[in-house]
Ligand binder design. Structure first.
Ligand SMILES: *[C@@H]1O[C@H](CO)[C@@H](O)[C@H](O)[C@H]1NC(C)=O
Ligand SMILES: *[C@@H]1O[C@H](CO)[C@@H](O)[C@H](O)[C@H]1NC(C)=O
Ligand SMILES: *[C@@H]1O[C@H](CO)[C@@H](O)[C@H](O)[C@H]1NC(C)=O
Ligand SMILES: *[C@@H]1O[C@H](CO)[C@@H](O)[C@H](O)[C@H]1NC(C)=O
Ligand SMILES: *[C@@H]1O[C@H](CO)[C@@H](O)[C@H](O)[C@H]1NC(C)=O
Ligand SMILES: *[C@@H]1O[C@H](CO)[C@@H](O)[C@H](O)[C@H]1NC(C)=O
Length: 506
């Protein structure tokens, strides 16, 4: 193609090398110093054009030539890639290397600003490996060293782009390309998860292992900062066993070794996350996931109650047993410090008979072998507490922390008994009990007799906050025909009763 033909009429541009004698001298000189998008009128006298000869059939001899030139593109074969950083994030831990997989947005223009392509028109990032020949050479090179969130302008000369052929109808031959690139995400297929320990509690006695059940809060973001999920939005921790395949492999690995109260960042490459397909409409294919987690608690289904004595009175040699009646103060909280319940919220301390399912199993265990005046911290796993479903105010599967102080203890009686004799019962029990010797025992007589036994230390009642009720229950049990008085035939010791029953059963 001749350089002087009016290119606009031909619907094509003209390419030529300046200053090496390939063009007429007038053109060579007239183009010098031009910028892209500059327009010049060139008037070329015949001696700098086609001289006295002209071009047969087109340019007469001694013709002055008039050119209207617009510069579209300039490059030199000595050119290199031109990279300008437009924005670089503060945090730039990792940069693109060969064989990384990257996801980026781009706008592609020619040097004169003509737009030819954009990732935005496809509504998703452009995703590819770097340095493995999937991209034009200039892009393979231009992406190197970028970090996620960085924006660059990469100007690529045609010999590192589509060269002499151009590409389809959008990229003319010999065109330099300008890409504005925003790197959204990068990882390497060889990556494992990476961890950043944001906050590890100073006292971390135990670290989670496979098989533990963890309750944690999390914010899940993509590398560009987009939040794709958060447990906080549900007002509920995420609860799972770890190392068992219930969560994506990256989380299974990333939760290993966490402490209660720990805050940790877990960076999960897509092959340990949701892979090439992504998930839902929030997680794109091949996305790196960043989880900021906060571990609320964890336990193992095999855990027992953990008891720590804070203080114990000197010379304490009597401790609580099953069936004892105890009074205690307590504060109950979750392991993250959230307060749940406290006996101080009521006017009186908590009371319970141990071993009667009045309190959750774990607390019952924690209150055993305790001295009056002793203070303890009792850590109770959910299977010894309120279980998977929790209770009012207690989240499901929560580990509970009780701080207790034992205020008093009264020795109990065996199960099924309301009163026991410390020694042998009186030989003539009925006669002793029939205080006025009228042959029958009304409630008042019964009550007076029992109280006398207590005062004399001959026996003891089932401890409770209300001894009168216990005595009334005893009377009811003995007044077998419910006529309001106990007769000699009716009165039986519980131990004899039990023996009779055994005889009957035998
Ligand atoms: C990334 O940088 C932060 C500080 O900016 C550092 O704490 C962290 O360990 C780094 N992570 C990696 C994987 O290099
Ligand atoms: C591409 O162009 C659009 C529209 O002008 C702009 O919003 C976007 O930020 C550009 N992207 C890059 C990577 O420069
Ligand atoms: C979470 O709790 C907040 C405040 O208590 C409430 O406004 C919000 O509606 C709750 N969200 C859900 C999903 O329950
Ligand atoms: C999650 O994001 C919320 C809101 O920004 C923040 O208050 C909370 O501390 C974050 N949690 C974690 C574990 O990073
Ligand atoms: C502990 O036992 C000793 C005798 O062994 C006794 O002198 C002391 O009073 C007991 N202390 C309590 C608190 O019961
Ligand atoms: C519980 O908390 C109260 C005040 O919040 C405190 O006085 C008490 O010592 C704590 N412990 C027990 C066992 O009550």
């Amino acid at each position: 193609m001749s350089p002087f033909l009016p290119s606009y009429d031909r619907g094509a541009t003209v390419a030529g090398v300046v200053g090496v004698g390939r063009l007429i001298t007038g053109m060579d000189r007239g183009l010098q110093g031009m910028c892209v998008n500059e327009r010049r009128h060139l008037i070329v006298p015949p001696h700098l054009g086609y001289g006295s000869i002209g071009v047969a059939g087109m340019i007469p001899p001694d013709a002055t030539l008039y050119f209207d030139v617009i510069m579209l593109d300039i490059w030199n074969k000595e050119d290199k890639l031109q990279i300008t950083t437009l924005h670089k994030p503060e945090r730039c831990n990792r940069t693109v290397e060969n064989s990384d997989f990257v996801r980026y947005h781009y706008n592609g223009t020619l040097l004169d600003g003509t737009h030819f392509d954009s990732s935005y028109s496809k509504d998703s990032t452009y995703d590819t490996y770097v340095g493995t020949g999937w991209l034009i050479k200039g892009m393979d090179e231009g992406l190197l060293g970028m970090c996620a969130g960085e924006k660059r302008r990469i100007i690529i000369p045609p010999f590192l782009a589509y060269g002499e052929k151009g590409y389809g109808t959008v990229i003319p031959p010999q065109a330099s390309l300008v890409f504005d690139v925003l790197l959204v995400d990068l990882h390497n297929p060889k990556d494992g998860i990476s961890l950043e320990h944001l906050e590890v509690p100073a006292s971390c006695k135990r670290k989670a292992v496979t098989g533990d059940f963890v309750r944690y809060h999390y914010n899940g973001t993509l590398m560009d900062g987009m939040l794709f999920d958060s447990s906080y939005s549900r007002n509920h921790t995420y609860d799972t066993y770890i190392g068992k395949g219930y969560v994506i492999p990256g989380m299974d690995q990333g939760l290993q070794g966490v402490c209660v109260g720990e805050k940790r960042r877990i960076i999960v490459p897509p092959h340990l996350g949701y892979g090439e397909n992504g998930a839902g409409n929030k997680i794109p294919g091949s996305a790196v996931l960043i989880f900021d987690i906060h571990v609320i608690d964890f336990h193992n289904p095999l855990d027992s109650v953990e008891i720590e004595t804070l203080s114990r009175p000197e010379g304490c040699n009597v401790t609580t047993q099953e069936r004892d009646f105890v009074r205690y103060h307590y504060n109950c909280s979750l392991l993250d410090g959230t307060k749940l319940f406290s006996s101080h919220d009521y006017n009186h301390p908590q009371e319970a008979t141990l071993g009667t399912s009045k309190v959750i199993d774990g607390l019952n265990t924690g209150l055993l072998n305790m001295c009056v005046g002793e203070k303890r911290v009792i850590i109770i796993p959910p299977h010894l507490g309120h279980g998977e479903n929790g209770a009012r105010g207690v989240p499901g599967s929560a580990v509970l922390r009780f701080e207790v102080e034992l205020l008093s203890r009264e020795e109990g009686v065996p199960e099924g008994y309301l009163f026991i004799w410390h020694g042998d019962p009186p030989a003539n029990l009925y006669e002793d009990m029939d205080l006025n010797k009228d042959g029958e025992i009304p409630p008042e007589e019964f009550s007076t007799f029992i109280k006398a036994q207590l005062t004399e230390g001959k026996g003891r009642l089932m401890p409770s906050s209300d001894p009168e009720t216990v005595i009334a229950d005893m009377f009811q049990n003995q007044d077998r025909n419910q006529d309001g008085k106990i007769t000699a035939e009716e009165l039986k010791l519980k131990s004899d009763e039990d023996q009779e029953r055994i005889h009957e059963e035998l």
